[in-house]
Design a protein around this ligand. Structure first.
Ligand SMILES: [Fe+2]
Ligand SMILES: [Fe+2]
Length: 279
């Protein structure tokens, strides 16, 4: 069994294969839920487990699983127990960071988005914050961008100092993983809830040419952007998707649950692609 949290990874070749899964949104079905809520809760649980199963049955060695937030829909330690059991059972090192739903309970999910009440919750102690994973050729930096009681996230000045310090002391190619997106995805409603302080972050990253790639969740869709020489990936949810390029909230009913592979080569090159659940 891999120890948790993982801090070092060695691979048998010059490549590190990462499976990114995000926005699991697991709930525990409870008696007060309507039938449709219970169905949706079961759907997300089954979808997460099927994603893990399908990804790990592919003909690719998985060296690390990174879970980029919104593991749960209701903050409850028994739901994390289940998720961690599923991840432990893979025998592969893994790392999880918080999203907004890991530190906030939304009351009134049947109400329009802006009428819901947001209740601040502490993050589960198993979620990582400002965590480093080192490999022979890469430095992986995991950041908690969540704010208790808020949908939007933040990269704080302390986070930026930490990143600058890590990038100054280690010149290996670097990857940053966080929940909130830091480049707009051109949907007004979700772009108002990206990581605050993103411009400050980008200003401080100028000059760190070995920062190669950033992965995030939160947007429930696949996107790729390039900024300052850094490739910035958004990844689909393991459950339900949002419609890209819509200014008002909309589900993408046609998009299947997905996950992302990243292959980090020893020369700093990155190959990455999204897979969807088989129908
Ligand atoms: Fe989410
Ligand atoms: Fe989120």
């Amino acid at each position: 069994m891999p120890s948790h949290p993982v801090t070092k990874i060695t691979t048998p070749d010059a490549q590190l294969n990462i499976l990114q899964i995000t926005d699991l949104h697991l709930s525990t079905p409870v008696s007060s839920m309507t039938d449709s809520d219970v169905d949706e809760a079961m759907l997300c649980q089954r979808s997460f487990e099927t994603v893990v199963q399908q990804a790990l049955s592919a003909d690719i060695r998985c060296d690390l699983i990174v879970v980029t937030g919104d593991l749960v829909n209701t903050v409850q330690s028994t739901i994390y127990d289940h998720i961690f059991q599923v991840l432990q059972a893979t025998g592969i090192p893994f790392a999880c960071i918080a999203g907004n739903h890991d530190v906030t309970n939304e009351i009134g999910s049947d109400l329009p988005f802006f009428q819901r009440e947001l209740i601040a919750k502490p993050a589960d102690s198993r979620l990582l914050s400002r965590h480093v994973i080192e490999t022979e050729y890469w430095q992986l930096l995991l950041l908690d961008s969540s704010i208790s009681g808020k949908v939007a996230g933040e990269i704080t000045p302390t986070d930026i100092n930490w990143l600058c310090e890590r990038l100054s002391t280690c010149d290996k190619p670097a990857l940053i993983a966080l929940h909130h997106h830091i480049v707009p995805v051109d949907s007004d409603w979700i772009d108002t809830h990206m990581a605050r302080n993103s411009e400050d972050f980008w200003q401080h990253m100028l000059g760190f040419e070995h920062l190669k790639v950033i992965i995030s969740g939160h947007t429930h869709q696949e996107q790729v952007r390039l900024r300052q020489g850094v490739t910035v990936y958004s990844t689909p949810s393991t459950c339900y998707q949002f419609k890209p390029f819509e200014d008002d909230f909309a589900y993408d009913q046609n998009a299947l649950p997905g996950y992302r592979w990243l292959q980090l080569a020893n020369n700093g090159e990155v190959a990455s692609w999204v897979e969807r659940l088989d129908t």
